[in-house]
Design a protein around this ligand. Structure first.
Ligand code: ATP
Length: 216
């Protein structure tokens, strides 16, 4: 990741879904080694905000900036800087668990062998399912397949994780926390949602509660 200081900024962001405006004038800045915990009740806009931050959604107003430049200008250059792990895990039914991990890693710029993918699956407690087609896995297991990508180094600097701890047992939660803490300690950045506090360590760990934003 290098010693370069990275910076993600949300600048006066406003977001609407359907007829409803979820938030406006939302601002924050995140730098290397820092984490942001997005809090808020169901429907408060956490997923919508993560989608704006990774460029999958367009804000009603304001902009997301990476190292001072709007992400709309950076496009692929920005996408290579991040992993977005959404609610609905992007796992392909026809591929085996290890093929899913290797494909996700390769597509995000880190070549991955079968052996590396299996080691990553072991770290999320799924080593025994490496050769099973994803369609044969439970929702929790599919989630672990998606998260196994995070166990393959090097990771891009920015991780955007929507409810990463859901459906994981205690061992898998601890393993994921270790991975995320390593990422933060090496200068990576993390934005995540969760309804349960986790033992994450960062140079700065901010909480942002979408329920506490002023009504639009
Ligand atoms: N595709 C869509 N079209 C219209 N409205 C949507 C769409 N997706 C989400 N919404 C609405 O936007 C609001 C915020 O949804 P969002 O998924 O961002 O909330 P959340 O905080 O992530 O919720 P949860 O904790 O339940 O995952 C909700 O009221 C939801 O109904």
């Amino acid at each position: 990741m290098g010693a370069e200081t990275m910076r993600l900024q949300a600048h006066r962001l406003a977001c609407a879904r359907g007829e409803r405006q979820l938030f406006s004038d939302l601002n924050f800045e995140l730098q290397s080694g820092e984490a942001l915990w997005l809090k808020g009740g169901n429907g408060s806009g956490k997923t919508s905000l993560l989608r704006l931050l990774c460029g999958l959604g367009r804000p009603l107003a304001g902009e997301v900036r990476w190292n001072g430049r709007p992400i709309q200008q950076l496009r692929e250059d920005y996408h290579r800087q991040l992993i977005y792990c959404g609610h609905a895990s992007a796992v392909k039914d026809d591929l085996s668990a290890w093929e899913n991990v290797a494909t996700a890693s390769t597509l995000s710029g880190t070549a991955c062998s079968r052996e590396q993918a299996v080691v990553a699956l072991v770290s999320v407690g799924l080593g025994g399912a490496a050769d099973l087609p994803a369609r044969a896995l439970s929702q929790g297991q599919r989630r672990r397949v998606a998260l196994a990508r995070l166990a393959i180094d090097p990771l891009p600097p920015l991780l955007l994780l929507d409810e990463p701890f859901v459906a994981l047992d205690q061992t898998a939660v601890q393993s994921l926390c270790r991975t995320l803490n390593r990422h933060l300690a090496s200068g990576g950045m993390l934005i995540y949602t969760t309804h349960q506090a986790q033992a994450l360590q960062a140079r700065r760990l901010e909480q942002f509660d979408l329920d506490r934003l002023l009504p639009c």
